[in-house]
Design a protein around this ligand. Sequence first.
Ligand SMILES: [Zn+2]
Length: 384
Amino acid sequence: MGVGTEGIDELLQDRLMIMVNDRSVNQVLPYIPTSTGGLVVTGADAPVRCRAIRNAFPETVVVMDHESHTRRAATADAPFGLKTAHGWRDLDPTELDEVLNGQRDNKASYAVTPTCFIPAEEAGGAPALGAVISQANHLRREDTVVLLPCNWRWLRRSSLPLMVEQIRACRHPVALILQAVGDPLACDQAAEGLRRLCRSCPRLVLWRTDLAAFDAMAHGALGAAVGVSAVLRHGVAPRPDNGGGDHKPYPVVLVRRLLRYHRVATLQDWFAHVDPWTCDCVVCKGEALTRFTDRGADVEAALQHSVCELYELHEELDATLAGHERTGWWRLQLADAWEHHRLLASRTGTEVSFPKVLHAWRRQSPSALPGAEEPRGQERSGPS
Ligand SMILES: [Zn+2]
């Protein structure tokens, strides 16, 4: 499926994409629901993988992220660029258009701008952000999502109005990636700022994220993309040699009851003396979440389990109406997660800390910034 049969907003709306590198994409492909899911493929072979998947499964939504933001910071003169076989290349407006055409030629469902990393406002990021939006607005195309890979400080109260103004001025939908050392949403004001941004900008999707996808979609984001590996669950600071090395894989699983990813080793510690939690997804079929070793097949199964659990949760979100019903549903998930943290601690006799971001999500929702119509169904700040 691609832009052409329907508009780009319809392709993004309420869709949960999985972000995965070219090497792991075939492992998750069988678990991607056609109508509500899709793939964002990274890595040098993304164009080849995208084309192959779309040839075999034309109904599956597949796009690519060139990850220019992991290698270079954007400037007002060169907001877009690309790592090629011959080294780094800044892209002028014509070349940018050619790169986007190249993605569509490789059958990407829609094009994604190869935006470089946007530093915080106080680090000189404002002219770079302005250049990204203004150059993108000159593109004569309706099939493109503008990627905004930003430092998390853009979510603070002092910078948020400028970010909202720029995203609202964009002719295209915007995919936001947040970078921090550690979890961007655990940073001061970030979780609240993101909610406010989602409520204020109706054509925003959150990318390269984790369970924050659900908090964003509950607060008006059009859609989201969750990473399969830790490095694809938040932005990274740009470095010319990023994307080269492979880490030794160890199994990490989404523990749906806790709304959080954990290393299997952590679960094994918790459940050393009591029966472990089991999972009923199609991969686990009732088996224990502690069973995954660091063998390749287990790391792969752990990844597939996490994708299945994400889509189970997404199916519930998708069944709610955007607005108060959806924020109400999310609020219940958060209350359950709090309760499961408490139960886990008392049952295992171990210390299980309630993550900072879950605390932030249990707070009252902020309202939109004034100046534009509210996103779908998000009238006023609801009881969330
Ligand atoms: Zn499972």
